[in-house]
Unconditional design. Structure first.
Length: 69
């Protein structure tokens, strides 16, 4: 299995494995479902605001990574 390394890849993977349809996630996030569908398929990016809204409804967050000295 390839390593998921970027926030975008994490969000796409989370949307793909979520039990809700993309249309439901988009509705709950208050974003256009076509934009979210094109994002998941890799046809376009999304704004930081859209990213935040989708992460919020999916209960996803980033954790600060600390490098060891």
């Amino acid at each position: 299995m390839p390593r998921i390394s970027t926030p975008t890849e994490v969000l796409k993977a989370a949307i793909k494995i979520d039990r809700r349809p993309v249309t439901a996630i988009a509705r709950d996030a208050g974003v256009n479902h076509a934009i979210l569908s094109r994002f998941v398929s890799g046809k376009r990016g999304i704004t930081a605001s859209t990213f935040d809204r989708v992460c919020s409804v999916m209960d996803l967050g980033l954790h600060e990574l600390r490098r060891s000295a």
